[in-house]
Design a protein around this ligand. Sequence first.
Ligand SMILES: [Zn+2]
Length: 80
Amino acid sequence: MPKLKRLLMSACFETAQRRRHCSRNQEHEICQGDKCLVIKENMSKNNYCMECAALILQKAQEELNQLAGELESPYQKGHA
Ligand SMILES: [Zn+2]
């Protein structure tokens, strides 16, 4: 079996090695030892606090649901 392609290669949770700021809102602080969501985009790396991580995951979930929805009812329009 060929390996399935992973969609979310670029996202993972990490423990902050030092104090960081959230990439979405610089006022959000990520303390050393805190869990944070790291998203790698091209050459840059963004850290998000857990509050923003929840929003990002929620958005991704919605997008996945939408994609999955299209998968379930393919080509209903114009192909009948
Ligand atoms: Zn944040």
